[in-house]
Write a protein that binds this ligand. Structure first.
Ligand SMILES: Nc1ncnc2c1ncn2[C@@H]1O[C@H](COP(=O)(O)OP(=O)(O)O)[C@@H](O)[C@H]1O
Ligand SMILES: [Mg+2]
Ligand SMILES: [Zn+2]
Length: 475
């Protein structure tokens, strides 16, 4: 029986439910509903006083737009679309302990040399923050530090005359507004706190960077309930036991999305990685079956990563499918096409697929690389050395063209790869050399790829043929 005055709010997506249930109907999250007081009723409709007339203006403004504030940390500036826009709100989401506080302290310190920056923490005491700054070698940076959680106090301070131009709020889930009945971290508090901070940022023209923890249990509100309110959403990803961290743009009203910034976590903080492909390929074992280098694109930049697979006869009625760094639905699709169109028997096998280095790949262009890794593992034949693979696979087994062909090939050539297994170019299917002399082996159907790996002997012969005279396959 629902009590009056309370409702149950999904801490993942913010949907309100009159009754508790184990699963949110709106987003499907489990155990994400928490009891919250119903907010004070808002007046309905437009009855009452007449509204004021609003003024319309043209599309073209008069003055130039204020310059973006670049921190000089290139990996961060890129994901922001070139720097922070004055008056904008940025949400930085990520798992606890992934490095959000670290990177934002570094950004604040970098910006503080050119503009006034404040770092407001509701999570850590001043001493802890100073310890971190000391460890990162940033103690001398003129960042204004505060430990506070009351949004009323924070906004009052920020509206003062010498307000900072960049404000970090770590984290939004610790902030509260005294006029709201719910506890800090609930959807109601998190939304209201963010709204007040964003309103203040727009009014006073400072940029606000808010940290939002991603939570596994639905006890505190996740950053997703704020995504629609802010201008830019960045997510900080990475495996805790890998040193790579990826800052990814999910939404940006002032720039492109899908950009990534790559960092390495060190004891001196997050260090930019200017050439991520070299880093991601750094741990490669050389010529082993089941591994394949994929030439991907993340936002505007190419990124080479290794895709690894392992097949083992399954002792289970339902074989295991374990995927790290790629979509498991997409893996099922590639496996089904390999079975149905190319006769590669995988159904009795446990399949493990891993994107090395903790990166998450979302591009369909990885299909062909995944297929190559699986075929290589199934045949026990390594992918020929110096070869990168990319291409999208259709349900009939056809290999489809993908975007940014030349950027992928250039990156591969830059890192010393000599050959690419790639989709046919739109229109014509002639063999050719790509940029920087990289040789492109165009494949129109998965069967052509599989012929490289089908049997160890044939595979080796085929690989050998590819080694000696790669072009002959296209005559
Ligand atoms: N004293 C330390 N020495 C080295 N690394 C540390 C130290 N303290 C924290 N770290 C690293 O920083 C990470 C925490 O980063 P932090 O920025 O606090 O994460 P978040 O704010 O996302 O919760 C830890 O997981 C750890 O890897
Ligand atoms: Mg933190
Ligand atoms: Zn939900």
């Amino acid at each position: 029986m629902a009590r009056t005055g309370v409702h149950f709010v999904c801490q993942e997506c913010g949907t309100s439910h009159p009754k508790w249930s184990g699963r949110c109907d709106a987003c499907g999250a489990w155990n994400s509903l928490a009891e919250e007081p119903v907010p004070a009723a808002v007046p309905k409709g437009l009855k009452g006083a007449k509204g004021h007339r609003i003024a319309f203006v043209g599309l073209e403004g008069s003055g130039g737009r204020p310059p973006r504030k670049a921190s000089g940390i290139a990996e961060f500036d890129r994901v922001c679309g070139g720097g922070l826009v004055p008056g904008s709100a940025v949400l930085v989401g990520g798992d606890p302990g992934i490095g959000k506080s670290t990177v934002l302290l570094q950004v604040a310190a970098a910006l503080s040399t050119s503009c006034a920056c404040a770092y407001i923490s509701g999570e850590e005491a001043i001493e802890q923050l100073r310890l971190r700054a000391d460890r990162l070698g940033l103690s001398k940076a003129p960042v204004r530090l505060a430990a506070a959680t009351s949004v009323r106090d924070i906004v009052a301070t920020l509206e003062d005359a010498d307000a900072p131009e960049v404000v970090v709020v770590d984290s939004i889930q610790t902030m509260y507004i005294d006029a709201i009945d719910s506890a800090p971290g609930t959807v109601a508090q998190v939304r209201a706190s963010a709204q007040e901070l964003i309103r203040s940022a727009k009014r006073r023209g400072f940029s606000v960077l808010m940290v939002g923890h991603v939570t596994k249990e639905g006890l505190i509100a996740g950053p997703r309930v704020l995504e629609h309110m802010v201008d830019t959403v960045l997510y900080f990803e990475g495996e805790r036991n890998h040193q790579f961290r990826i800052l990814r743009t999910v939404k940006n009203r002032f720039g492109p999305t899908d950009e990534i910034g790559v960092f390495e976590m060190t004891d001196r903080g997050l260090v930019e990685v200017a050439n991520p492909s070299a880093l991601f390929l750094g741990e490669r074992q050389g010529q082993i079956s089941g591994a394949c280098v994929f030439a991907g694109i993340e936002g505007s930049r190419p990124l080479l990563v290794e895709i690894q697979s392992l097949l083992a006869p399954s002792p289970l009625g339902t074989p295991r499918r374990a995927v790290v760094g790629w979509d498991s639905g997409r893996l099922a699709m590639v496996m089904a096409v390999l079975e149905a169109r190319c006769g590669l028997a995988l159904s009795g096998m446990d399949v493990y697929l891993n994107v090395a280095g903790g990166l998450k790949v979302g591009e369909p262009a990885a299909d062909l690389a995944v297929a190559a890794a699986l075929a290589s593992a199934a045949g026990g034949v390594p992918v020929p050395s110096g070869t990168i693979v990319f291409g999208e696979i259709g349900l009939s087994g056809e290999v489809r063209p993908v975007s940014h062909l030349d950027i992928r090939l250039k990156e591969a050539a830059k890192l010393g790869f000599g050959r690419a297994i790639a989709p046919p170019r739109r229109g014509g299917g002639e063999r050719r050399n790509g940029p920087s002399g990289i040789e492109v082996v165009e494949i129109a159907h998965l069967n052509e790829l599989l012929s490289l790996f089908r049997q160890p002997s044939i595979g080796r012969a085929a690989a050998g043929a590819l080694e000696r005279d790669p072009g002959s396959r296209h005559e």
